[in-house]
Design a protein around this ligand. Structure first.
Ligand SMILES: *[C@@H]1O[C@H](CO)[C@@H](O)[C@H](O)[C@H]1NC(C)=O
Length: 306
């Protein structure tokens, strides 16, 4: 009786050896954080997105957070098209809840600047019309109807005001930048709280329907040059997530099937195909898979030869 050729046994063993899951390394970069889509220049962890953004924006227990020298603020929306995002500082006032607020600050070195936000400074020392910074008035008197609107919210009492307080204790402030420390300095302006309006939601006179939040702009800056954006678009179009590889911070395209490349993801990539310019970086856990395929090929060759 002819025994089975040894290569055939090897082939059978390799066929039924459970493949190591190669999805684990792909979980390093996520495409969402909570309900928000996360893509370049943001990332969900170290090595994901742009290295210029990574220290400031993180995903923590399903919340995308912006961290500055004054605190961590939940990011509630991102417009990748307009390069803007909206944060909701926890101590900001809204129509339903008003409270004393600490300073809100942005870091000078960070890629974030103040976007087109309207701040309503609340419970200030009257009259706010005499409030000046370097000799110029701070408050915009032409939009004082916004003050009357927000002062119709019953929660004004939490700021030490009575119902329907005089609007000369409120200030409509639309700064292009914060002060020299990068902060909205409420104490210097002698105000107790602030509300920031991200959108009037088509109801300019109904503060209970406004969307509260601080809109920020972000700039990709010098690191993220044209070449980088091009590479990233190619990567994202192929279903990958853009990242970087410290310490050189060279570009990495993190693919869903767990391996990284410097170009684009090919989900049905065949290692036997002669594609030398793809520069595939095999992750350590996908290497065994590679060996199995090599074993299969060797087994088959031996079988055919036998
Ligand atoms: C792939 O790249 C991401 C982002 O830089 C990194 O977190 C991950 O560890 C890399 N995976 C492998 C297997 O090299």
């Amino acid at each position: 009786m002819d025994s089975l050729p040894l290569p055939f046994i090897v082939l059978l063993i390799t066929l039924f050896t459970p493949l190591q899951t190669s999805s684990a390394p792909g979980s390093a970069c996520q495409s969402t954080c909570g309900s928000l889509q996360v893509k370049y220049p943001f990332g969900t962890g170290y090595g994901c997105g742009s290295p210029r953004f990574q220290p400031y924006v993180t995903c923590s227990s399903d919340h995308l957070l912006l961290t500055t020298h004054t605190g961590s603020y939940p990011i509630t929306s991102v417009s990748y098209k307009d390069s803007t995002l909206t944060i909701t500082p926890p101590y900001m006032s809204t129509c339903s809840s008003m409270q004393q607020s600490p300073n809100l600050g942005l870091d000078w070195a960070s890629p974030f600047q103040l976007g087109p936000s309207i701040f309503l400074l609340l419970s200030c020392t009257p009259p706010t019309s005499s409030l000046t910074i370097k000799g110029s008035p701070v408050c915009d008197p032409s939009s004082s109807d916004l003050c009357a609107s927000i002062y119709s919210c019953p929660s004004v009492v939490s700021l030490g005001l009575h119902l329907f307080p005089p609007t000369n204790t409120c200030c409509v402030y639309s700064p292009a930048n914060f002060n020299s420390k990068g902060e909205l300095d409420l104490r210097a302006m002698k105000c107790i709280g602030y509300a920031s309006i991200a959108s009037f939601q088509d109801s300019p006179t109904d503060p209970s329907r406004w969307q509260y939040g601080v809109t920020l702009k972000y700039t990709n800056g010098a690191f993220d040059d044209y070449d980088m954006n091009n590479k990233c678009n190619t990567c994202e179009d192929s279903g990958g997530l853009c990242g970087y590889s410290p310490p050189s911070d060279s570009f990495v395209c993190a693919c869903k099937n767990g391996f990284n490349t410097s170009t684009a993801c090919y989900n049905n990539y065949n290692p036997f195909q002669d594609d030398e310019d793809q520069e595939i970086t095999w992750s350590s856990t996908s290497l065994p898979t590679w060996k199995i395929w090599l074993g299969l090929l060797a087994g088959l060759t031996f079988c055919l030869a036998a």
